[in-house]
Design a protein around this ligand. Structure first.
Ligand code: BGC
Length: 697
C-alpha cells in the first residue's frame, strides 16, 4: 500500500454532509470509507443499528426496517439467545440494505435513571450488559459483517456530553463499566470498538492511552480497530498515539472540533515521524484485520438492496417485546384479562395508533412508517430527533383479542371524560408514554403532560385500572397503590401493540425482569439530576433571550459510587427502591430447591425450579454472590442467570455458570483480578432484594 492508501483507510465520511457520497453512490446513512479498489479493499458502509437499521429523520425516504424494542426490553429477557436473534435479524436487514459495518453493540452500563440514552442500553449490571451485548454482536456478525461495541467507556450522560469529564477510581471502573465491555468484547469479538464523546479521568475517551492502548489493546488483546464517535476526535498525534485507529464522520469534526485530524494532518505527522510508520501500519492492519476476520472481503455485501422477509423479522421483534415486558404489579390477579370482560376503555398514549420509540441516532423508520412524529422546537436533540411512534396499535390488538367485549378509546386529554368512561366500563387500560432521546437527559423522572393526574383520576373512577408504561427507563409512580396492574413495556418496538395485548390477555405469560432499579424517589439515586444541569439551564435561558453565544463550560462529574452501581448502591445505602433490579411477576409461580454451588475454575450452581402455578411460564433465576470490591465494600452481585421455560407442575434442574470476575476484586497495582480464597456466600434470588435460598461456594 502506498502511504496515501494507508492514510485513506483511517477516516470515514458522513454521507449526509460529504459531497463524495454521491460519487461513491453511498446511501444516506451514518458513515462510509470508499475502500481501495486497486487492492480490492471493499468500501466500509456504516449504519447505526442498535435497535434496527436506523434511518434518522427519514433521510432515506421510505427505507423502512424492522424496529426492535428498546435495548432495556432485550435486557429484561435475561436471555442471550433472544439478544443474539435480535442482532442476527438486524444484521441480516443491514446486509440486505448493503451495509457492512454496524454501529451497534452498545455496552455502557446505566448509572443514572434519568439519562437520555438509557433506552439504548442493557441495564445497570456488568454481567447482564456484557453477556447480552456480546450475544447481540455475535448475532450481527453472523451475517459476515462487522459490528462495533460502543461507547468505550463510561459515557454516562447526555448533558454536556462533548465536554464533560467523568471521573472515577480506576479499580472501580474495571469492576463495573469496563467489566461490561470486557465480557461483551470476549463474547462478541466485535470488529471495532467505538470511543465516546466525553473525557474519562481527564482525557477524552478517544485520546486515552490508558484505556485504548492499555486496557483494550494490551490487557484484553483486542485486535480490531478503534473508531471515534461522530465528532469525538480532537487531535492527530495524541489520538493516534493513544490508540485511536480511525476518525469517524470527519465532517462532524470540522463542525464540532474545527478540523479533520486523520487525513492530511496524519500524513504530515507520519512524514515528520511524530507518528511512527509502525503505528500507521498498526492502524491500517487493525482496520483490515477487523474487515477480513468478519468476512467483508470473502463475503461482500450486495451492491444493490435485496428483498427482506419483513414478516418473519417482525416476529423477532415481537418475541423480544413479549419476553421483555415486565409485569410490575398484579393485584388480585387482575391480569390476565378474562374472556368474560364486557367492556374495556383504553386511554391515552396514542394507543389507537401506535407505540412510542426513543429518539436520536438509533431511530428506526419502521415498517408501516411513522404514524405520529412530533418535532422538537429547541434543545440539543432538535436537529436529529423527533418523537416517533411505530405503527403497531395496542387498541387494534386488544380489540382483536377481546372477542365480544366493547372496546372504546379516549385520548386522555379530557380527564373528566376519561373518568366517566372508566366508571362506566368493566375496566380501564391507561397507556402512559415517556419520551427519551439521545442528546438530552431527563430533568425529572415523573411522567409528563399530566399523565399522573390522568391515571389517578381514572383509577379513582374504576380501581380495575391497568397501566401500561411505554418508557425509556424508570419513572416515578405516585399512583401505584391505586391501580390494579402495571406493565413496563419499555419502548416495545414495531410489534409492541400485539405483544402488549398478548400479555394482557394471557396468550403470553410475562417473564421480563427489571434490568434496572426503579427508584421510589429521584433522590435515592447517586445523582438526582445530571451534572452540568444548572449550566444547561442558564445556556437555554440565554438562548431564549436571544444570546446564542453562551456555551456550557467543561465540567466534571465524580462517580463516587464507583463500582456500586444500581442495586449495589441501594444495598449500601439501605434504601428500598420502588422496584428492585431483577424484579418481575408472572401468571404462574416458581419455587426453588436444592441450591448447590461448585467453585474452582468453572464455577457453577445447580438448582431445581418447579412451576407451582397453573400455566406454563418462564422463570429467571438470578445467582448472587457476596463479594468485596477494591474499595472494601461488600455487596451481593449478580454472578449468573438463566431464563427457563417450565410447564405447570414440572421441576427442572438447571446448571447456571457463574462469571468469576463479578465476585473478584480488581488490583490496580498488579493489574490483575484477585479472587477470594475463602468460602463465598451465594444465593438464588427472584430479584436483587428477594434472595430465596442461600448456600456457600
Ligand atoms: C452516537 C453514536 C452513533 C453516532 C453515529 C453519535 O451521536 O453517540 O452512538 O453511532 O452518533 O450516528
Amino acid at each position: 500500500m502506498t502511504l496515501a492508501e494507508k492514510i485513506s483507510l483511517l477516516s470515514s465520511h458522513c454521507p449526509l454532509f460529504s459531497p463524495l457520497a454521491q460519487r461513491y453512490n453511498m446511501p444516506l446513512a451514518t458513515g462510509f470509507n470508499p475502500g481501495i479498489p486497486r487492492l480490492n479493499i471493499p468500501a466500509l458502509r456504516m449504519t447505526d443499528s442498535g435497535l434496527g437499521v436506523a434511518n434518522v429523520l427519514n433521510k432515506r425516504e421510505g427505507d423502512t426496517a424492522t424496529a426492535l424494542p428498546s435495548a432495556l426490553s432485550t435486557a429484561a429477557t435475561f436471555d442471550s439467545s433472544i439478544a443474539r436473534a435480535g442482532g442476527a435479524m438486524v444484521g441480516a436487514e443491514a446486509r440486505a440494505k448493503t451495509f457492512n459495518v454496524l454501529l451497534a453493540g452498545a455496552a455502557n452500563i446505566i448509572r443514572d435513571p434519568w439519562a437520555g440514552r438509557n433506552f439504548e442500553y442493557l441495564g445497570e449490571d456488568p454481567l447482564l450488559v456484557g453477556t447480552l451485548a456480546g450475544a447481540a454482536i455475535q448475532g450481527v456478525q453472523s451475517n459476515r459483517i462487522a459490528s462495533t461495541a460502543k461507547h468505550f467507556v463510561l459515557n454516562p450522560q447526555e448533558t454536556g456530553r462533548m465536554i464533560m469529564d467523568a471521573r472515577i477510581d480506576p479499580a472501580a471502573l474495571r469492576e463495573s463499566d469496563l467489566l461490561a465491555f470486557e465480557i461483551a468484547i470476549e463474547l462478541g469479538q466485535p470488529a471495532s470498538v467505538m470511543g465516546p464523546y466525553n473525557k474519562i479521568n481527564g482525557e477524552f475517551g478517544c485520546e486515552s492511552d490508558e484505556l485504548l492502548n492499555g486496557v483494550l489493546k494490551r490487557d484484553w488483546g483486542f485486535r480490531g480497530w478503534v473508531m471515534s464517535d461522530w465528532g469525538s476526535t480532537h487531535s492527530t498525534e495524541k489520538a493516534a498515539l493513544a490508540g485511536l485507529d480511525q476518525e469517524s464522520g470527519m465532517e462532524f469534526d470540522v463542525m464540532l472540533n474545527g478540523a479533520i485530524f486523520f487525513t492530511d494532518r496524519l500524513l504530515d505527522a507520519v512524514r515528520e515521524h511524530r507518528v511512527p510508520a509502525a503505528r500507521l501500519d498498526d492502524m491500517v492492519r487493525r482496520v483490515l484485520i477487523g474487515m477480513i476476520d468478519k468476512g467483508l472481503f470473502d463475503h461482500p455485501v450486495p451492491s444493490h438492496p435485496q428483498p427482506i422477509d419483513m414478516q418473519s423479522h417482525a416476529l423477532v421483534a415481537q418475541r423480544v417485546a413479549e419476553a421483555g415486558t415486565v409485569l410490575l404489579r398484579n393485584e388480585r390477579n387482575m391480569l390476565p384479562l378474562s374472556a368474560a370482560v364486557k367492556s374495556i376503555v383504553v386511554i391515552g398514549g396514542h394507543a389507537d395508533i401506535g407505540v412510542l420509540s426513543g429518539g436520536g441516532s438509533s431511530q428506526v423508520r419502521s415498517v408501516g412508517g411513522a404514524p405520529i412524529e412530533i418535532g422538537l422546537e429547541s434543545g440539543d436533540a432538535a436537529l436529529f430527533a423527533r418523537q416517533t411512534w411505530h405503527a403497531s396499535s395496542p387498541l387494534q390488538a386488544i380489540k382483536a383479542l377481546a372477542s365480544g367485549a366493547d372496546v372504546s378509546f379516549l385520548d386522555g386529554t379530557d380527564r373528566a371524560l376519561a373518568a366517566k368512561a372508566a366508571h362506566a366500563a368493566d375496566m380501564a387500560v391507561v397507556f402512559a408514554t415517556h419520551w427519551r432521546t439521545e442528546g438530552v437527559d431527563l430533568q425529572s423522572l415523573s411522567l409528563t403532560d399530566d399523565q399522573d393526574e390522568l391515571i389517578e383520576t381514572v383509577a379513582a373512577a374504576n380501581p380495575r385500572t391497568v397501566v401500561v408504561l411505554e418508557t425509556g427507563g424508570p419513572v416515578l409512580m405516585p399512583w401505584m397503590d391505586r391501580v390494579s396492574a402495571v406493565l413496563a413495556a419499555w419502548y416495545p418496538g414495531q410489534r409492541g401493540g400485539e405483544a402488549i395485548a398478548n400479555i394482557l390477555f394471557g396468550k403470553v405469560n410475562p417473564s421480563g425482569r427489571l434490568p434496572i432499579t426503579f427508584p421510589a424517589t429521584a433522590t435515592q439515586a447517586p445523582r438526582p439530576e445530571p451534572g452540568g444541569l444548572e449550566q444547561l439551564r442558564a445556556r437555554d435561558a440565554a438562548r431564549e433571550a436571544g444570546d446564542e453565544k453562551v456555551r456550557i463550560a467543561p465540567f466534571s462529574v465524580v462517580y463516587h459510587e464507583g463500582a456500586n452501581v444500581g442495586y449495589r448502591w441501594y444495598e449500601i445505602k439501605k434504601q428500598k427502591p420502588l422496584f428492585a433490579f431483577g424484579f418481575g411477576l408472572s401468571y404462574t409461580t416458581f419455587s426453588y430447591s436444592n441450591l448447590a454451588a461448585i467453585g474452582g475454575s468453572a464455577p457453577r450452581v445447580t438448582l431445581d425450579i418447579t412451576n407451582t402455578g397453573p400455566v406454563a411460564g418462564a422463570d429467571v433465576p438470578q445467582i448472587y454472590v457476596r463479594a468485596t470490591g477494591a474499595d472494601g465494600t461488600t455487596t451481593w452481585r449478580l454472578a449468573g442467570f438463566a431464563r427457563i421455560e417450565i410447564d405447570p407442575g414440572v421441576t427442572r434442574r438447571v446448571v447456571i455458570p457463574l462469571e468469576p470476575r463479578t465476585y473478584a476484586r480488581w488490583d490496580e497495582a498488579s493489574r490483575k483480578w484477585i479472587f477470594a480464597s475463602d468460602e463465598l456466600q451465594i444465593a438464588v434470588g427472584r430479584s436483587a432484594t428477594d434472595l430465596v435460598l442461600r448456600s456457600t461456594m
